[in-house]
Structure formats: C-alpha cells, structure tokens
Design a protein around this ligand. Sequence first.
Ligand code: 13P
Length: 249
Amino acid sequence: MRQKLVAGNWKMNGSAASIQTLLDGIQAGLASVKNAEVVVCPPFVYLAQVAQALAGTSMAWGAQNLSKEALGAFTGEIAAQMLNDFQCKYVIIGHSERRSFYGETDQIVAEKYATALKHGLKPILCVGELLSEREADQTEAVIARQLDAVIALNGIDALNQGVIAYEPVWAIGTGKTASPEQAQAVHAFIRSRIAAQAPDLAQKLQILYGGSMKPDNAAELMAMPDIDGGLIGGAALKAADFLAICQAA
Ligand code: 13P
C-alpha cells in the first residue's frame, strides 16, 4: 500500500497573519487525518514562520520552486541549500505556472530535479497537458516527454526519491476537475511507463492529482487505484477545506 500524501501549494498567496491563522486551523484538525502525510508549500519568505510553527508536528513543508544553481550571482533566486536551512522536506518542481509564465523547459525542470536530489530534498515533479494538447490527443505524448527529460538526465532510479503530480493545466484554478476516470487513466499511463523500466519503483511511486481538487471531489479521485493523494491550490488556503481533503485520503 502506498502512503497517501496531500500537499497544499499556496502559490503567491497569504500574509504573515493569514498564514498563522491557516496553520493554526490545520493543526487544530490534524488529529482527524488518519491516512495521509500532510504537507504545505508556502511562498519562500514565509518558510521560516512555517518551519517554526510546524517543528515537532507530524506535518512537513516544502518550497514551491528552487534554483538549479548552487550559491552565486543569481539575483532573486533561491538555492537548494537555503531550503535546507529551513528544514524543507519537499520542493515543487516544474509546476505548469513555472513552465508557462517563466519559461521553464523540460531541460530546466530536469536540472532542478537533480539539484533537489543533491541537497536531499524530495521533488514533487509536476507534469500535465494543456487543453489544446488534450483535444489534439497529445496527453500521453506530452506527459511522456516531460517525464523522459527528467529520467534522461537523472536516471530512472532518481524517481525513487521523488513524487509525481499529474496536473492537467486545463483543470488548474478553473473549477474544472478531471473526472476520476480521466485522472486515473493518466496516472496509470505514468505508472506503466515507469514500470517498463523499473517495475518495483513504479509500484512504490506516489502519484498525486492536482487541478481543482476540493472537499466534494477529493474522495472519489483518491479512491482510484493509481491516485495517491493531491496537490491542492485554492482549497489549501482554507483550513476547513484542506483538512476535509486530507480526511478524504
Ligand atoms: P487548484 O487546486 O487551485 O486548481 O490548483 C492546483 C495546483 O496548481 C496545485 O499545484
């Protein structure tokens, strides 16, 4: 049995005050979450606050991005070793917003994956197709290309140390969720593609779904055999909704 994982990607939201309220709310209900590891990924500047609030609890935290470079003259970037300073366990890599708004290519994503592993961070590797790609029947080809870039640079065994998140771009922040069957089909495709090279690894690999996961659809999505949890955007910003999703796992 794979452990379920529910991660909140807070994106560029929150303030010191609202984050404290959110963390207090999540922690107040945490005892009711039986089956999932619970993770939050705040904006970088709030990592110290989150690390302090969650130290010694069962929750883990991560960053939403990192630089592929080590320390140096890279204005505005954040290095993996800085994330180590704040005890990040996870780092989201290759989110579709990074790919589309900030030009992150498959190659850059693969290099970031390597940097994360080098520093003991667990990458949450995001893959997913645009609506136009789905409509052109390109979903599997796109996901295969995104995965293969990471495998080509890092080797298949590198996936052992990470988590994959399938996030169909057309479902992110749109209120349009992939149906459980649509999501399951892609999750099964991802697992089978990895199984072709590493069957044991594929069985152990956690594959999360992301894209308008909410309290009212979380249980049926996470009941699918290859869906091992969620990467949650909007609904992770309300403690009650986030907890309800964690409880559905
Ligand atoms: P929403 O849950 O807001 O659709 O966002 C999903 C997402 O992008 C998580 O990384």
